[in-house]
Ligand binder design. Structure first.
Ligand code: NAD
Length: 480
C-alpha cells in the first residue's frame, strides 16, 4: 500500500495512465481558507494530458466492463476499508483545504467509505429481463455500463463529492475521468489513491485538474465520453448540458437549490430551533441542501426568531482544526463577497438584519452567522442560492400560501417542514416540489437513498440503486 499521497498535506498532482504527475508549467495555488496560507501548488493538466486521459479511459472501460462484478465489488470494499484506516489524515487535509470542522470532515470521509461499501453490494445486482415469447424465440433486455464518464465535483464536500462521482460508475463497469475542484485537490487525490491501493486498475480512474472551462470543453467534445456527471451551480450546469448535447451524452446533474423550511405553529419548538441552528452552520452553509428560506407561521414568528437568533449567535466559529469549533470559514474569497452583496440588497429592500451580517475580522474567510428577518420576496436572497451561513426569514399565514412560496422558485432540490401533526406532515410532503423532503429532520444523505433534485436543480439521482442505474444503458436483443 502506497502512502505517497496520503501523508500530511501531500505533494499535489493529477493521475493519468498509472502516473502521478506533479509538475506542469501552469499551477493553481491551493489556499487554507482559515489562514490564507498557501498549502501547495497544484499542477494543471494540458490538452495533451487530457487526450492521454481520454485514451486511457477508453482502454480502461473495454477491460473493466468485462471484469466480473465480484471483482469490481472487491475494489470498492477494499477502498472503503482504506478510507477508514486513513480517516485522520484525510479529514485533516479536507479541513485544511475547505475549512469545514474536523468532525464534519471525518463524517464525510466515513460516509464516502459507506457509499463504496454500498456500491460494492449493488455492483452484484444489475439484472436484465427475459420477455415472454413463443417457443424458439428469445427477447432479452440487457443492462450495460454506459461507457467512460466525465465527472466534475465541487469543493464543498471535497471527499464525498469525488466518492459520489466514482462509486456508482466503478460498480457499473464504467471508467471515469474525474475533475474535482482545484480548491481541494488533496482530498480527491486521497479517494483516488484508496481505490488504486485497493486494486482498481489504473486505467479505470483518471484524475485531472485544470482550467475548469478548458477541461470540460475538451472532455465533453470527445466521443469517448459517454456520460457527464456534474455537481455545482445551475448556471455552470446549463453550460455543460449544452456542451454534452453536441454528442448526446447521458447526464446526471446535481445543481443548485434554495431549500425552503416551513415551520408550522405545531412544531416541536425547542427541537426545531436547535436542529435548524446546527444544520444552518454546517459547512458554513455551503451545502446544496442547506436550509435557507425560513417560512415561519405568524403565530410563532417572533418567538421563533428570538430563540433562533439566540441559538445561532452562540455558534463557535474558528479554524476547523481546533477543538470544539462548530463552524469554519467560508471556502474561498468568492463566498464572503457574494454574501455581502446579498445582505446589502436584502436590507435595501426593507429586510431587518437581526444578527451577524459581516465578515469576522482577522485572517481567513470567516463570516458571522447571519439572520435576516421580514425579507421581501423580491430581494435577491429570496431568489438566489446564498451558499453561506445565512437565513432569510419571513412569516406565513396559511398552508396554501406557504406551499406557493416554497414552490415559487425554479429550484427543487431539498425542502424541509417541521410539524408534529401527522396529517399536515403527509400533506406538505406531497405538496412540495423537490427531489428530497425532510420532515422534522435536516438529514437527507444516506448511501442507500437517492439524492438529487427536480426543476432547475437538476435531474438524475446519485446514491442508492438509482445512482447505479444512472450509469447503465439498456439493450434489447431479439433472437429467432
Ligand atoms: P461556480 O459556479 O463557478 O462553480 C461551481 C463548481 O463548478 C465548482 O466546483 C467549479 O470548479 C465548477 N465549474 C465552474 N465552471 C466550470 C466549467 N466550465 N466546467 C466544469 N466545471 C466548472 O461557483 P463557485 O464560486 O465555485 O460556487 C458558488 C456556487 O456554486 C454556489 O452559489 C452554488 O450555487 C454552487 N455550488 C453548488 C454545489 C452543490 O453541491 N450543488 C457545490 C459547490 C458550488
Amino acid at each position: 500500500m502506497s502512502d505517497t499521497h496520503v501523508s500530511e498535506y501531500p505533494k499535489l498532482g493529477f493521475y493519468i495512465d498509472a502516473q502521478w504527475i506533479t509538475s506542469r508549467d501552469r499551477t493553481h495555488n491551493v489556499i487554507n481558507p482559515a489562514t490564507g496560507e498557501t498549502l501547495g501548488e497544484l499542477p494543471l493538466a494540458t490538452t495533451a494530458d487530457l487526450d492521454q486521459a481520454l485514451e486511457t479511459a477508453e482502454r480502461g472501460f473495454r477491460a473493466w466492463r468485462r471484469t466480473p462484478a465480484a471483482a469490481r465489488a472487491q475494489v470498492l470494499r477494499g477502498a472503503a476499508e482504506i478510507l477508514r484506516q486513513r480517516v485522520d489524515v484525510i479529514s485533516r487535509n479536507a479541513t485544511r483545504e475547505e475549512g469545514k470542522t474536523l468532525s464534519e470532515a471525518r463524517s464525510e470521509t466515513l460516509a464516502c467509505a459507506d457509499l463504496f461499501d454500498f456500491y460494492a453490494e449493488e455492483a452484484k445486482r444489475v439484472y436484465g429481463r427475459v420477455l415472454v415469447r413463443p417457443a424458439g424465440l428469445r427477447s432479452l433486455v440487457m443492462k450495460e455500463p454506459v461507457g467512460p464518464v466525465a465527472a466534475f465535483a465541487p469543493w464543498n464536500f471535497p471527499v464525498a463529492n469525488p466518492g459520489r462521482k466514482l462509486g456508482a460508475p466503478i460498480a457499473a463497469g464504467c471508467s471515469v475521468i474525474l475533475k474535482p475542484a482545484e480548491e481541494a485537490p488533496a482530498s480527491a487525490m486521497a479517494v483516488v489513491q484508496a481505490l488504486i491501493d485497493a486494486g482498481c486498475p489504473p486505467d479505470v480512474v483518471q484524475l485531472v485538474f485544470g482550467s475548469p472551462d478548458e477541461v470540460s470543453r475538451h472532455l465533453l467534445a470527445s466521443p469517448v465520453i459517454r456520460k457527464l456527471s456534474f455537481t455545482g451551480s445551475t448556471a455552470v450546469g446549463k453550460h455543460l448540458l449544452r456542451l454534452a448535447a453536441e454528442t448526446v451524452k447521458l447526464t446526471t446533474m446535481e445543481l443548485g437549490g434554495h431549500a425552503p423550511v416551513i415551520i408550522f405553529e405545531d412544531c416541536d419548538f425547542e427541537k426545531t430551533v436547535s436542529t435548524l441552528a446546527a444544520a444552518k452552520v454546517r459547512n458554513a452553509g455551503q451545502v446544496c441542501v442547506s436550509p435557507t428560506r425560513f417560512y415561519i407561521h405568524e403565530g410563532i414568528y417572533d418567538r421563533f426568531i428570538n430563540a433562533f437568533a439566540k441559538q445561532i449567535a452562540k455558534t463557535r466559529v474558528g479554524d476547523g482544526l481546533a477543538a470544539d469549533i462548530q463552524m469554519g470559514p467560508m471556502a474561498n474569497a468568492r463566498r464572503p463577497a457574494a454574501i455581502s452583496e446579498l445582505i446589502s440588497d436584502a436590507v435595501s429592500h426593507g429586510a431587518r438584519l437581526r444578527i451577524g451580517g459581516e465578515a469576522i475580522e482577522g485572517r481567513g474567510y470567516f463570516w458571522q452567522p447571519t439572520l435576516l428577518t421580514d425579507v421581501p420576496v423580491d430581494s435577491r436572497i429570496m431568489n438566489e442560492e446564498p451558499f453561506g451561513p445565512i437565513v432569510a426569514a419571513a412569516p406565513f399565514a396559511t398552508f396554501d400560501e406557504v406551499v406557493e412560496q416554497s414552490n415559487r422558485l425554479p429550484f427543487g432540490l431539498a425542502s424541509f417542514a417541521f410539524t408534529e401533526n401527522a396529517r399536515q406532515a403527509n400533506l406538505i410532503g406531497e405538496a412540495i416540489e423537490a427531489g428530497m423532503v425532510g420532515i422534522n429532520t435536516t438529514l437527507l444523505g444516506a448511501a442507500d437513498a437517492p439524492f438529487g433534485g427536480v426543476k432547475q436543480s437538476g435531474h438524475g439521482s446519485e446514491d442508492g440503486p438509482e445512482g447505479l442505474a444512472a450509469c447503465l444503458v439498456t439493450k434489447t436483443i431479439h433472437q429467432v
